[in-house]
Design a protein around this ligand. Sequence first.
Ligand SMILES: C[S@@+](CC[C@H](N)C(=O)[O-])C[C@H]1O[C@@H](n2cnc3c(N)ncnc32)[C@H](O)[C@@H]1O
Length: 240
Amino acid sequence: MPELIGIGVGPGDPELLTVKAVNAIHNADVILCPASKEDRPSIALSVVSSLIDKSKNQEIIKLIFPMTKDQKVLEETWKKNAKIMAEVVLSGKNAVYLTVGDPYLYSTWIYMHKEIEKNFPSVKINVIPGIVSMFTFASKVGVSIAEGAEKVSIIPSCYDLTTVKEIAKNSETLVFLKDGRYFDQVVNLLKEAGFPDNSIFAIGQDLGTKDEIIRKLTLGEVNDGTLTTKYFSILVVKRV
Ligand SMILES: C[S@@+](CC[C@H](N)C(=O)[O-])C[C@H]1O[C@@H](n2cnc3c(N)ncnc32)[C@H](O)[C@@H]1O
């Protein structure tokens, strides 16, 4: 029976895919992948491009997910793309949907899964997890995300940051994802919240690619305006 498999392709390095993910990609008739615009490449596809056997002539379908917070546009996009995906499988083809990191952390896959389950219940769905970007980062900088009784908070930086001060009081580790352009605001909020100056402050950018940047400082050492402005950025702040 044909199926749809959501695949986490990890943080950017093609060697950081699971064997199961590589096998599923090789066995697929159709490779579905997200991109933010028609004229932009799919980052998830670029991660696996060296693993694709070109002689197989697998069909590749790029689905456009605009970077917007407009709920109406988002819901229309999810419906439209989920229908395209479901119809591929209902036509008898095995399909994989590629997503960066893991499919269940801030991923378009989450909405595709929900829509297809609701509107196309006969489509068989499977999911293969991927290595989450923040754990790749932890390995690269040698910073633990949590130890002992520590509590961790994961915060999407491009939304309302008003609760950051409160969260900072109750967490030992704060992981900020989704858009490095907001990290300057985060630093100010943490300093105002009295997060200790000697806390580890580590930033990873474009991890696993040739443009990778890693910086490890203390919160006290960070100056305004010196941070990354890239979307693919992770910030880990940790009490020591
Ligand atoms: C839409 S979320 C997807 C998260 C992904 N599903 C995961 O498991 O890591 C995109 C955010 O994840 C982080 N991210 C994912 N891959 C990254 C990478 N290679 N380098 C730096 N940040 C990355 C960034 O914070 C980026 O803004």
